[in-house]
Design a protein around this ligand. Structure first.
Ligand code: ADP
Ligand code: MG
Length: 383
């Protein structure tokens, strides 16, 4: 950093410092010292990878209490819940970063726009709610021409049309590295129909919508073809007849239809979460939030036939992809056994196991009848 920049930074810090001192949070010297955390390599600093993403969120949240009566539920579910009178408002936000969540060498911007909306709406559906509005914030570098931004927003617009939501605001800024997209979605749910992660009860059926693992396998395919292309740009990508897994990765859908199905059948699940980080990880969240255990069966995992054949091609277990792959954006929920008849013939819903007492732990029963503890090996932003 040159001296001019340092001077500017310190002037800015002084301006901030007035505020900090007023609230007796810290003073300028301790603030500048704290900045040296970034450079500090001493071994007693705790690396973020030690806490992991969820450990870090817990660590952050423990110092914050909800002060307003209208803040019904804060950190710890798919959405925050706000009491706005005759219904609850749902609020969720997700950030997508180039190079972490997407690779523009094979991600069409229109698909990216669509997906970035869908991943937020999925969290609203996971509370049994309906999305109504979104805001979109973008950070762009000057390598993006207007046409690229138009493509991105065409995808966002198509998702707004498909899910009947309104784009009502956002923020636009520059980025010195890649593209960053942050979307916030607002939804609504009746007070008597809201579903949290923490309501699962012993003997509940564990149900998952759609199929699992395909989005992960789509990503493996795209990465493989990217590598082939980089080593020999004359090669044509081998993506023939793989549309389904590619679509699951590049342009997923959120399960509004399942929320409509609950409404039409008069079902309110006891607990629900959407599968963004992998079935195992999400099921463990449901169980720990509900203070219950679970047993799920490998042979029951819904996996598309194309995913099975691509998993074979990659020499990986399709069940592992289904358990840990992530980005499926399916709904995982638990219902009381009284609802069994209402869902048993639905080809889009699969009962994969049941909820047990907490003392039983969370286990996976493999095809050869082995009982294994379920472990979260899905996506962790900080691992
Ligand atoms: P999801 O996978 O459903 O999007 P996350 O795992 O991202 O949920 O987040 C879990 C919970 O932690 C949510 O309630 C979310 O709002 C909250 N959360 C995540 N990151 C932060 C943060 N940096 N500060 C405060 N709350 C956070
Ligand atoms: Mg979620």
């Amino acid at each position: 950093m040159n001296l001019l920049k340092l001077g500017y930074k310190i002037t800015k810090l002084y301006a901030f410092n007035h505020l900090f001192l007023k609230h007796s949070l810290c003073n300028i010297s301790s603030y500048i010292c704290s900045m040296s955390f970034l450079e500090d390599k001493t071994p007693n600093r705790i690396p973020l990878s030690k806490l992991g993403e969820f450990g870090l969120i817990q660590h952050i949240s423990k110092n914050f209490e909800l002060k307003n009566d209208t803040s019904v539920f804060g950190i710890g579910d798919d959405c925050a819940v706000i009491d706005v009178g005759h219904h609850f408002q749902l609020l969720t936000t997700d950030m997508l970063i180039e190079g972490v969540h997407f690779d523009l060498t094979y991600t069409p911007l229109k698909h990216l726009g669509y997906k970035s909306v869908v991943v937020n709406l999925s969290d609203i559906y996971a509370m049994n709610g309906l999305p109504k509005q979104i805001t979109v914030s973008i950070a762009l570098s000057n390598r993006f021409p207007l046409e690229a931004v138009e493509e991105l927003y065409e995808g966002i617009r198509l998702a707004c049309v498909a899910y009947n939501v309104d784009l009502v605001g956002g923020d636009t800024t520059s980025s010195t590295s890649g593209l960053c997209l942050s979307i916030t979605a607002v939804g609504e749910v009746s007070k008597d129909k809201i579903v949290y992660r923490n309501g699962a009860k012993e003997y509940d059926l564990i149900v998952v919508s759609g199929d699992l693992g395909s989005a992960y396998l789509g990503l493996q395919l795209l990465n493989r073809e990217k590598q082939v292309f980089e080593s020999n740009p004359q090669m044509q990508p081998d993506l023939q007849n793989k549309d389904y897994v590619l679509q699951r990765q590049l342009r997923p859908e959120a399960r509004k239809d399942i929320i409509d199905l609950f409404e039409s059948k008069g079902i309110v699940p006891n607990s629900m979460i959407d599968i963004s980080d992998g079935l195992s990880s999400e099921l463990l969240h449901l169980c720990s939030n509900s203070k219950v255990g679970c047993a799920i069966y490998e042979e029951k995992l819904p996996i598309d036939f194309m995913a099975i054949s691509i998993a074979e091609e990659f020499n990986i277990s399709a069940a592992t992809c289904a358990l840990n792959g992530g980005e499926d954006y399916e709904l995982l929920f638990t219902i009381s056994q009284a609802h069994y008849d209402a869902i048993k013939d639905d080809p889009d819903l699969t009962i994969i196991g049941h909820i047990t007492d907490v003392s039983h732990g969370s286990e996976l029963v493999t095809k050869d009848e082995n009982h294994q503890p379920l472990t979260a090996q899905g996506w962790n932003a900080l691992s």
